[in-house]
Design a protein. Structure first.
Length: 325
């Protein structure tokens, strides 16, 4: 068996390195793969494309730095917790895959990390990275997508008006600018009417306020009389038994993260109406209220449900590993 065949067989190993890296990129700005390099994220503000008039939401841009290879423990700890293995065993698995990835690059092949990007080896044996554009790892921009605005044609209308003015200019004749006495009388009339209107308005508002106060006092007296005459009979209600299914598990499929808590409650109701076991699982480190489609005990169950949700409901849903107290 040749070297490349061994590498291709290794790609079907149970540990999917790209999945763990992708999960961590939602929460961290740097994910280091020991002895290989680091995937970095840089926040980019929303922008407008001047030519296409397209509006793009803020996002995290991905980059790769081959020089950052020192183990910081983040990836190994995450794999150890996800696969229920020791920290040293997680490091061994990472080291094995890194060796295979480097051999794969030396064979001139392209490494494709789903939702992350492509890695190739240049002529001077430097790793080149082409980031994926399919996923926005900025949780603050969850649910936002780009859109295109139609071109505003106000300049065309302005040119049309200017053309009409050139053909038929508007001028004032001397006769229309004479008779200044008429303007003086009109101005005096406006001042007189304004003062009279202000006095009438003040008097009218005073009458309305007095009427409203009397009506309120009368309504209060009637309400007090009704309360004193009323007799309340309390009949015991039959006991109700509620059967609530308590969700458990540390694998959660995230539907959204909301800065306003009321919006998160609306999202939970919307998902439950669609048949999901949606709930809130608290706030993340950014102070956003997280809403999930459901929680699962094992990663395989969560991955299976995530695939169905992405294909039928929300392609931006993602998997979160979090212990709920």
């Amino acid at each position: 068996m040749n070297l490349l065949s061994e590498i291709k067989i290794f790609n079907f190993a149970p540990m999917q390195l790209e999945t763990y890296i992708s999960d961590l990129l939602y929460r961290y700005d740097c994910v280091t793969v020991p002895e290989f390099g680091a995937f970095l994220t840089n926040r980019v503000s929303a922008k407008i494309h001047e030519t296409t008039h397209s509006f793009y939401p803020p996002k995290k841009e991905l980059a790769f730095n081959e020089q950052l290879q020192q183990n910081d423990g983040l990836l190994a700890n995450y794999i150890a917790e996800a696969e229920k293995v020791s920290y040293s065993e997680a490091l061994r698995k990472i080291s094995t895959q890194v060796r295979s990835l480097k051999l794969y690059l030396l064979e001139g092949e392209t490494i494709q990390f789903k939702n992350i990007g492509e890695l190739t080896l240049s002529a001077d044996e430097k790793i080149q990275f082409n980031p994926s554009r399919h996923i926005n790892y900025l949780t603050d921009a969850f649910g936002l997508s780009h859109f295109t605005s139609s071109h505003i044609t106000r300049e065309i209308y302005k040119e049309t008006v200017e053309a009409v003015e050139e053909v038929a200019p508007i001028t004032l004749t001397p006769e229309k600018r004479s008779n200044h006495n008429w303007f003086k009388y009109a101005a005096a009339a406006v001042v007189f009417l304004g003062l009279g209107g202000f006095s009438a308005t003040t008097y009218y508002n005073s009458l309305i306020e007095t009427h409203n106060q009397l009506a309120q006092e009368q309504a209060n007296e009637q309400l007090d009389a009704k309360v004193q005459e009323a007799t309340f009979v309390m009949n015991p209600l039959p006991a109700a038994t509620l059967s609530l299914e308590k969700q458990s598990g540390n694998y959660h499929i995230v539907a959204g993260a909301f800065r306003v808590e009321a919006n998160s409650e609306t999202k939970v109701k919307e998902l439950r109406d669609k048949g999901f076991k949606a709930r809130k699982i608290g706030t993340n480190r950014f102070g956003l209220h997280e809403v999930v489609y459901g929680s699962f005990e094992t990663r395989s169950e969560a991955q299976q449900e995530l695939s169905q949700i992405r294909s039928e409901h929300n392609r931006d849903a993602w998997l979160l590993l979090k212990k709920i107290k």
